[in-house]
Write a protein that binds this ligand. Sequence first.
Ligand code: GLU
Length: 559
Amino acid sequence: MSMNNEKLADMLFPHVDGTPALYENMYPKRDLPDGAMVTRLGPSPTGFIHLGNIYGALTDERLAHRSGGIFYLRIEDTDSKRMVEGAEKVIIESLDFFGIHFDEGAGQDTDRGSYGPYHQSRRKDIYHCFAKELVKKGLAYPCFMTEEEIGAIRQKQEAEKKTPGIYGGYARCRDMSIADVEDALESGSPYVLRLRSKGSENIDPETGSSSVYFKTRDGIRGEISMPENIQDIVVLKADGMPTYHFAHVVDDHLMRTTHVIRGEEWLSSLPIHIELFNALGFDIPVYCHTAVLMKLDENGNKRKLSKRKDPELSLDYYKEKGYHPDALKEYMLTILNSDFEEWRTEHPELPIEDFDFSMDKMSTSGALFDLDKLEDVSKECLFRISSSDLAAFMARWISMYRPDHSDVSSDMDYLEAILDLGRHDNKPRKDLIYAEQILDFIKYFFDGYFRVEDGLPEEVSPQDAKEIIARYKETYDHSDDQSAWFDKIRTIAADMGYAAKPKDYKKNPDDFKGHVGHVSTVIRLAVTGRSQSPDVWAIQQIMGEERVMRRLGDYDPSL
Ligand code: GLU
C-alpha cells in the first residue's frame, strides 16, 4: 500500500469510519449445516415484475430450502432514475401471492434478519468503506472524465473498430497525480470511482476482449471459459451510489450468499464480477446463470418472451386471469427441472416441496414457456386442491377482480358443491383451469347470470321439447337416484318416438325421431341453458328442487 494510495483514499473518503474488519465481524459467516445454500433475490424496483423473476425466485427458494439454507430478499435500488414509486410493494406482494416466502430481507413494513440493511440505497457507508479499501490498494481511482469526453472516445473507438469503453490508454485519469486530483476535488469537479482493471494488456482484435481466458464453474452451466475483464468499470457513480457490479459483490459477500442465481443476461459481466471479488479479497460465490424464457412464435420459431409483445410475461396476467399460484409454480418447476414431470406422475399426491430440485437438471439454452402446457398443468393442479380451498381461492379472486360477481361467493357451501362436481367420478372431471374460466364455466348455477345459450338439437321440434319438459316435470322426484332418474327419461323418450338407447337409433335411424340423448339435451338446456354440461342429475342435486322446477317452468323452447 503506497503512501499515495492511502492519502488518495483519505482525500476521497474522509468520512468513512467503518473498516472491512468491522463489517466482517458484524456479518459473520452463517452458522448453517454443511451444504446449506444461501440465496437471494435482488430485484430492482423498476415497476415490472415478470415471469422471469418468479422463475429465478423459485430456483433460489427451492435450492435454499431443500438444503436447509436461507433465502432472502434484497432490494437493488441504487439507480434512482429507474425507480418507480410503489414498485417494491408490488414485488413483495406478488412474490407472496405466488407463495414464494423469504426467510429474511426487505419486507412490507420492516426488514427481517441480521445481515441488513436489505435495501442497497441504505448501504452507502458500507460501499464507501470497501471502495476506500480498493483505493488504498491502488485498485480504484477517481475519474473526472466528462460525458462529452467519454462520448468522443466512444466515437473514435467506433471509427477505428476498437473495443469500446474506458480501459488501458483510454483511461485518462488512471495516473493523475495526487496534486491534480486534489485540485479537481477542490474545484468541485464531479467524478466517478473506477476499478483499475488488471486485465488490459492483450486485446484480441477478433473478439475485442482480452486474449487471456480464465476458467470458472457455473452452477448450472458447468465449467466455462471467459476472457478476463479489461474495463475500468465504474464502481461508484457521481452521486456516490454504487453500480450493480460493485454493490452486489459487496452485498453477496457480507450477506454470505453462497449461490448467486441470476439471468443469463448477466453472464457476460461475470469477468468484471470475478475481478471485483478478487480485488476485494473475497471468496467467490457459485454463480448460476439461468436460461432465458422463450416461447414459440406463430411461425414455430423460438424467441425470447418480450415485455412489449407478450402480455403473459407480466405476472399481472396470471393474477387477473386467476391462475392459482400453485399451478404457476408447478408449471415453472416443469420447465426448471427436466425430471419434475416424471416425478409428478409418480407422486401425484406429494407437495412440490418433496421434489428433489437440482441445478443439474436445469436448462442452459432457453427454457420454453408454453401457455397451453400451463393450462394442462393447471387442470391437474386444481384437481389436487380441495374443493373448499378452491372455493376460498375463487372468493378471493372474485373480490379482487370481479367484485360485481360477489353473489357467486356469497354462499360458500353452494360454491364448494359446484366446484366439487364430478371430482369423485370414476373418470373425474379435470376441466377447471383458472378463475376467469371457472367463473364462466359455473355461471349457470346462479340465477342472476343464467340464460339459455344454446338451441334445440335438430332432432327435437319445439313442440316435442315442450312436451318433454311437461312430462319430465310431472314425473320428477328430487329424491330419485341417478339410475331411477335416467330410467324416467328413457321412458319419456320411448313414449314419444325416440330410441331409448342411442345404438338402436344408430342402427335404424328411420324408425325414430332421435334418441334418449336428444331428449335429455332438452332437459339440460332447460336446467343449465347449455347443450354441454356435467351430469344433469348431479347438477340438479346441487341446485336444489326449487331452482330446478323454476327453470323447467321458465324454459321456452320456441325462443
Ligand atoms: N438487480 C438485478 C436485476 O434486477 C439483479 C441481478 C442479480 O440477481 O444479481 O436484474
